[in-house]
Ligand binder design. Structure first.
Ligand code: DX5
Ligand code: ZN
Length: 224
């Protein structure tokens, strides 16, 4: 399967949001990663429903990969899907924030949107029970502590991606995709792909570089 590149707009210039999203879409972004933070689950407040609505109103709206770093995400999954409809491809909830994981994932799935479960660096893969795998389309391995863009990649997460890759490769039938998220740039994207990621999220790795298109084509080169 083609490896997907999902620029995170957390580090973009919000004064020129449409141009910033357009620029990475024109440079071949497969998904736009929207980092939603509530100041409770993570010590930062970022963007929310109005931004998702605005992106959905763009001339040619991209497919969105919405990452909910919020407490009780099950209360908001449908609101975000409605806000971005029909351009929401994935909605991801944090395993650590979700007491009602089953209903959160079901509420996403029944809207025909891909379900994502994100694991923070200290959360072991084993928390995802085999029987739940059926309801999960994407497992997000956080390669930084959630809350901020521009952080340093945690190299120990490469073995976690490898561990998940080999676990999924041993599974029969439909299996979740692996998404890696946080601190990924031109310097380490190769190792992340090598470890087994299917989707790579990078924010500052693109938006803090001189030329987004050059950066993304160099990343594409490496991603294969
Ligand atoms: C961190 C977010 C990541 C992050 C990616 O909480 O989930 O998506 O913004 O940005 P960079 O690539 O700058 O770490
Ligand atoms: Zn994210």
């Amino acid at each position: 399967m083609k490896k997907l590149l999902a620029p995170s707009i957390l580090s973009c210039d919000y004064l020129h949001l449409e141009e910033e999203v357009d620029a990475v879409c024109k440079a071949g972004a497969d998904l736009i990663h929207v980092d939603v933070m509530d100041g409770h689950f993570v010590p930062n407040i970022s963007i929310g429903i109005p931004i998702v609505e605005a992106i959905a109103r763009m001339e040619s709206p991209p497919q969105m990969d919405i990452h909910l770093m919020i407490d009780s995400p099950e209360k908001f999954t449908e609101k975000f899907i409605n806000a971005g409809s029909p351009h929401v491809k994935i909605v991801t909830v944090q395993m650590e924030a979700c007491n009602l994981l089953y209903s959160a994932l079901s509420s996403i799935r029944w809207r025909g949107v891909m379900t994502g479960v994100a694991l923070n660096p200290a959360t072991p893969i084993g928390v995802i029970e085999e029987k739940l795998m059926e309801l999960i389309d994407v497992i997000v391995i956080m390669t930084v502590e959630p809350g901020f863009g521009g952080q340093k990649f945690i190299p120990e997460m490469l073995s976690k991606i490898r561990e998940l890759r080999s676990l999924l490769d041993r599974m029969d039938g439909k299996k979740p995709l692996i998404e890696a998220d946080g601190g990924i740039n031109l310097g380490n994207i190769g190792e992340v792909i090598e470890a087994g990621a299917d989707i790579v999220v990078t924010g500052s790795g693109i938006y803090k570089t001189e030329n987004y298109a050059d950066t993304m084509s160099a990343m594409r080169e490496i991603m294969g």
